[in-house]
Design a protein around this ligand. Sequence first.
Ligand code: ACO
Length: 302
Amino acid sequence: MAALLAARGLQTSDQWIVERTGIRARHFADDGVNSSDLALHASLAALQAAGRVAQDIDLIIVATSTPDMIFPSTACILQHKLGIAGCAAFDVQAVCSGFVYALAVADAMIKTGSARCALVVGSEVFSRILDFNDRTTCVLFGDGAGAVVLEASNEPGILATDLHADGRHVGILCTPGTVAGGQVLGDPLLKMDGQAVFKLAVQVLDSAARAVLEKAGRSTDDVDWLIPHQANIRIMQSTAKKLKLPLDKLIATLDEHGNTSAASVPLALDVAVRSGRVKRGDTVMLEGVGGGFTWGAVLLDF
Ligand code: ACO
C-alpha cells in the first residue's frame, strides 16, 4: 500500500500504518464489482454454512453505506441475484455499526413473528469513496462482505441488543456529497477526524458492552469472545482491557482486511467460526461503532 501511495506522491509507510492501526492488508473490488456482488458471495457461503437454500429466506437486510445505486436498495438487488422474489428486503445505513444494527432489526422481526429466516449481510466497497490523496484515511479502509442466517428457534440465540446514535457528531466521520439535479453536490469522498472518532469509539464501545450485558443479565466473565468493529487494533484492545477481558478473547482480523465498515464484524465472525475458535455454545459479543455517530452491541449464545 505504502509503495502504491508513494507513487502518487503521498508520504506514508507500512510501518506507520501497522503501528498506528494494526492493518497490514486491504482488498479493493475490481471496477464494476459492487456491494451486491460481494454480498452475494458472502450470502451463498452463509447459506451453505447454515444448511439452508435461498428459497428458505423470508427477510433480507443488507447493511451498507456504499450501495450499488441510490435506489433500489442493495438488498433488493441481492434478492434478485439470489434468484428469489417476494420476501422483504431493505438496506440499513448505520455505517460501521450497520451490521450490528441490521442484526438487531432482524432479531426483533423474528421475535415478533414478522420473519422466520433472515439473511443479514454487511457489504461495502469503501474503495469507491476513498480520497487516495488523503493519507490519513485511504490507508485504513478496504472492501468486503460477510453474512449470517438468523432463524427463529426456541434456543437462544441473541440474548440482548443495544443500539445508539448521536447526530451531533455527524461531521467527524462523513461522506458529505450528494446528488441533485443530475450532478454531484459537495464532496463525495470520506472525511474523518481520526482522533475525535478514536476517543468517542473507545468510550461508546465500553458503554454499549456494559449495557448489553446488563440487559441480558450476564457479566463480562460470561463472554467467551469479543468481536468489535475492526477499525483500529488500539481501539479494540482498549475496549477489551476496559472490560477486563483477556486479549486472547478478542477476535481481530483487521490485519487481513482493514476497516471494511459494515462488513467488518461479520467478516471477523466468519474467520473466527471457520478457524474453530468460536464454537457452539460460546457467548459472543459483537460491537459496532461508526459514522452518525452510531454504536451498538449484540450479545449472543452461538
Ligand atoms: N502515514 C504516515 N503518517 C501519517 C499517516 C499515514 N498514513 N496518516 C497520518 N499521518 C501523520 C499525521 O499527519 C500526523 O503528522 P503530524 O504529527 O506531523 O501532524 C501524525 O501522523 C499523527 O497523526 P494522528 O492523526 O495524530 O495519528 P493517530 O495516532 O491519531 O492515528 C488514526 C490516526 C489511525 C486515523 C486514528 O486516529 C484512528 O484509528 N482513529 C479512529 C478511526 C476509526 O475507528 N474509525 C471507525 C469508524 S469508521 C466508519 O464509521 C466509516
